[in-house]
Write a protein that binds this ligand. Structure first.
Ligand code: DMJ
Length: 603
């Protein structure tokens, strides 16, 4: 079968073009001619009555020239000329929470949590079809699912569920486990979850004590010649270990996605040791900068250098880009070194990775794959592949434009932003961000309405015939063939990245289409991933209905996907984006102004 076979004919795409209405001056003139001529006193009196109104309206429009345009845009359903927000939305956004949708999402959370609690309480992971739990290691559970879910309960007001979870943490949680755990996953899910629970519970000391205990167990992983942390940690031994597969390699995402958690712990405890360790990592990364400013997915833990490996925004490097921005936000925009590193990286991403599909002009990110030639030279092959992971990036770019793209230095970009608020770079990032959010939404155009794990975009050189220009097939799931077992790329494993971006995009624009898209994704999860007996499961092929489920409910369903969906329909005063930064596992941490200064600014 040719590669054409892997292309599916997409469902009819909703039209993306803004509605354009043509004016009809001829008609307008004709209407004027329709007036009757009447010379009665009443007629003149009535006409004179209009004069003050016309004068007042004229004066108003003179001083508010954009009002007419805005009104026309509202009428036509177009975006405002001056702002990037939804039609009619301007200034200081106040959202109306959608109680019904919030309730539905809380019900989904309860369906997930209570079946886990019934079948697997205390186990790290949950398998909803077999109704059992499992642990990450044979040494016993470390509260992976419970701690990852607690702040969502606090945000949703699920007080009784929260109390039971807290009870388990207080009486059963034990980090003294003699086994290897992922440094990265333990930090983002457990340390992040504990710190967020500490803050949202009103500083319950239980969580801070546990966070300190856990962080102290993890800390030795940073004792390497480069300062980059080892991938694994033995929590009982308090010792770092390399990963089995490539002992001297660490991924860029895993070393550069620990900083928010460790910094906040230093802030809370006044102990700088956590801060210093993660800052050293950032210093090493800054010094390892490659000429193009991009980051490969692997670094050498001994030398602290990037090693030739794929360059992408997806798996193994995604949250590196996310945390460059978020470290700047977390420290209340007081650490320019992170803004500089972020700006540098985002310029490089625009220069090398952002592409447009040939037909529908969808904006996407591609990957660069290194190729070693026999003469020893290295070249980079551009591959139009985008992981679902990348879907965090649209919202992140929009947020980055607001934080770093102000036309007037030190001033804030308004929300929703006005076009004049941005620098050229800010406008670029905002634009790319909104386009990527739309692309990610468009990849939900599948039989289930859920997006696959990986999509490939069409490029002219791929040799795949476009048979029908009117129904452009701009992307496809590689290796998917009718009648055959679906490839790994075809699955949806309850990932949050698209709804994460929808949440940010809605908070920054008030544009209702983001809520509509989020609701549609939620309904698709309900339809295809819900397990009637309790919980939600991954599905193995987003293009197959009825869908086949897989016996796994990832913890990020409760920590991220349902939290972002809930917040999408919640009032903007709940976890406001100018007061909180969400770690990569969606654990909200407060923004603060640090006493400690970053020491490697000029290196
Ligand atoms: C989460 O565990 C985190 O968001 C992480 O950064 C990568 N993605 C998964 C969910 O997809």
């Amino acid at each position: 079968m040719s590669s054409d076979a892997s292309l599916r004919k997409r469902k009819t795409q909703p039209k993306k073009e803004p509605i354009r209405r043509e004016s009809s001056p001829a008609n307008d003139i004709q209407n004027d001619d329709d007036f009757d001529i009447d010379t009665s006193a009443l007629f003149w009196y009535t006409r004179i009555m209009w004069i003050p109104l016309i004068l007042v309206t004229g004066a108003f429009l003179y001083y508010n020239p954009s009002a007419l345009q805005d009104a026309a845009n509202v009428f036509l359903g177009l975006e405002s000329e001056d702002t990037f927000g939804a039609p009619g939305v301007s200034g200081d956004l106040r959202f109306i929470p959608d109680a019904q949708k919030k309730d539905a999402i809380v019900e989904a959370f309860k369906h997930a949590w209570r079946s886990y609690e019934r079948d697997a309480m205390g186990c790290d992971e949950y398998h909803p079809i077999s109704q059992q739990g499992s642990n990450l290691t044979e040494a016993g559970g470390i509260g992976y699912t419970i701690i990852d879910s607690m702040d969502t309960m606090l945000i949703m007001g699920l007080d009784e569920d929260y109390k039971r979870a807290r009870q388990w943490v207080e009486t059963r949680l034990n980090f003294d486990r003699d086994a290897l755990f992922s440094t990265f996953e333990t930090t983002i899910r457990i340390l992040g979850g504990l710190l967020s629970a500490y803050h949202l519970s009103g500083n319950d000391p239980l969580y801070l004590n546990l966070a300190v205990d856990l962080a102290n167990r993890i800390l030795p992983v940073f004792d390497t010649s480069s300062g980059l942390p080892q991938s694994k940690v033995n929590l009982a031994e308090r010792k770092g270990y390399p990963n089995d597969e490539f002992p001297n390699l660490v991924t860029t995402a895993e070393v550069a996605t620990l900083q928010l958690e460790f910094r906040y712990l230093s802030y809370l405890t006044g102990n700088e040791k956590y801060w210093i360790k993660v800052e050293e990592v950032m210093k090493t990364i800054k010094e390892a900068r490659m000429p193009h400013g991009l980051a490969s997915i692997y670094m050498d833990v001994d030398t602290g250098k990037f090693v030739p490996s794929a360059i992408r925004l997806g798996s193994r490097s995604d949250s590196y880009y996310e945390y460059l921005l978020k470290q700047y936000i977390q420290t209340n925009n007081t650490e320019p070194v992170y803004k500089d590193m972020y700006d540098d990286a985002i310029d490089a991403v625009h220069g090398h990775l952002i592409k447009k599909s040939p037909y529908a002009r969808m904006t996407y990110t591609s990957e660069l794959i290194p190729e070693q030639h026999p003469n020893g030279q290295l070249s980079w092959r551009l591959t139009p592949k985008q992981d679902h992971f990348v879907c965090f990036f649209g919202g992140s770019l929009m947020l980055g434009a607001i934080i770093t793209g102000a036309a007037v230095e030190q001033s804030l970009v308004s929300v929703p932003p006005k076009k004049t608020d941005f620098t050229v770079i800010g406008t670029r990032d905002w634009q790319t961000g909104t386009e990527l959010v739309r692309t990610c939404w468009d990849t939900h155009d599948t039989a289930t309405g859920l997006a696959p794990e990986v999509v490939h975009f069409r490029i002219p050189e791929d040799g795949i015939e476009n048979t029908n220009m009117h129904t452009p097939v701009d992307w496809y799931i590689k290796g998917a063939r009718p009648g055959e077992f679906p490839p790994y790329d075809a699955r949806y494993i309850l990932r949050p990245e698209t709804v994460e971006s929808l949440f940010i995009a809605f908070r920054l624009t008030g544009d209702n289409k983001y809520r509509e898209w989020g609701w549609s994704i939620f309904q698709a999860i309900e339809r295809h991933c819900k397990v009637e007996t309790g919980g939600y499961a991954a599905i193995i092929n987003v293009d197959e209905v009825p869908s086949r489920q897989e016996d796994k409910m990832e913890t990020f369903l409760m920590s991220e996907t349902l939290k972002y969906l809930y917040l999408l329909f919640e009032d903007a005063s709940v976890i406001p984006l100018d007061k909180y930064v969400l770690n990569t596992e969606a654990h909200p941490l407060p923004i603060f102004t640090p006493n400690i200064r970053t020491s490697f600014v000029d290196s």
